[in-house]
Design a protein around this ligand. Structure first.
Ligand code: ADP
Length: 271
């Protein structure tokens, strides 16, 4: 069942932006987080209705990679890792929501793994009527990548990049904004190739000609990376949900994107 919330924006802030993805120990870049929180606050106070989803960065990828809980539960030690991974994500979510609450944004923590069942790494069910009610009340539900119960493997990762399309589809969002650490999607990874060119628009039609330049996960990333994001967003474009990928590490990009102003980035749309 699709529930329509008028003008809803789903905003994803990647772990690469503020949660120090390359760090082996949990670390947050507070300056970046605070600046993004201020930009979100401006948009919220101007009436933008949004759900926030954030990535895990150094709070998630290293422990999951080390304990392999994303591949399933095979021994008792992994149960402790499962619980500890969830606790770490709650810590990060507390840090994120506190910054927003301090600015008067009612960012309410929502643990997706408390209302989702995974099956072989995919969402089988997720109860999202709560998020719908909270947004309608004027809150900003704040979800985050988590380890989740999986009926086949015991555990798999319910990443921010899985949560975003699910919410967008079933709440019929108007738009998805992905804040990441590069200016958008390029002809090849801009961190490796300085000559890579920004692609302003991706549609199901031009995707074939550019897909070879888009990499999947980095070594540290236990989710799908840029490649999977785009594949999922393209599916949503087919049902009329437009997405915008912008650089959240650069000042005002998130604010402009939320307010619908012109901003550097990549739009993913039907045509
Ligand atoms: P996040 O943590 O923000 O969700 P990801 O690490 O999943 O981000 O994806 C962003 C990364 O994707 C960028 O830092 C970049 O290195 C990589 N990437 C690979 N190919 C491309 C491409 N063609 N254009 C842009 N980024 C790319």
């Amino acid at each position: 069942m699709v529930i329509v919330i008028k003008q809803l924006i789903i905003l994803k802030i990647g772990g690469s932006v503020f949660a120090c993805k390359e760090s082996k120990v949990p670390r947050v870049d507070l300056d970046v987080l605070r600046r993004i929180a201020r930009e979100i606050a401006v948009a919220y106070k101007r009436g933008v209705k949004l759900i926030l989803v954030h990535g895990a960065g150094s709070y998630g990828h290293p422990i999951v990679k080390r304990t392999k809980i994303d591949k399933g539960i095979k021994n008792k030690k992994q149960l402790v890792a499962f619980a500890e991974t969830q606790r770490l994500q709650n810590d990060l979510n507390s840090i994120v929501t506190k910054e927003l609450i301090d600015l008067g944004v009612p960012a309410i923590p929502c643990q997706a793994s408390a209302s989702a069942i995974m099956s072989d790494g995919k969402i089988k069910k997720m109860f999202i009527e709560v998020e719908k009610g909270l947004v309608e009340l004027g809150l900003v539900p704040t979800l985050y990548g988590v380890p989740a119960y999986d009926e086949k493997r015991g555990c798999s990762i319910l990443s921010g990049d899985d949560i975003v399309p699910f919410l967008a589809k079933y709440l019929n969002a108007k738009k998805i904004i992905h804040g990441t650490d590069v200016d958008g999607v390029f002809t090849s990874d801009p961190k490796i190739n300085p000559d890579a060119k920004l692609i302003e628009k991706i549609t199901p039609k031009n995707f074939k000609s550019i897909e070879k330049g888009i990499r999947g996960s980095m070594k540290i990333d236990v989710t799908g990376g840029m490649r999977r994001k785009i594949e999922e967003l393209l599916k949503l474009s087919e049902i009329g949900i437009e997405s915008l990928i912008v650089n959240a590490r650069k000042k005002d990009r998130i604010k402009k994107a939320l307010l619908g102003e012109k901003v550097i980035g990549t739009t993913i749309c039907k045509s």
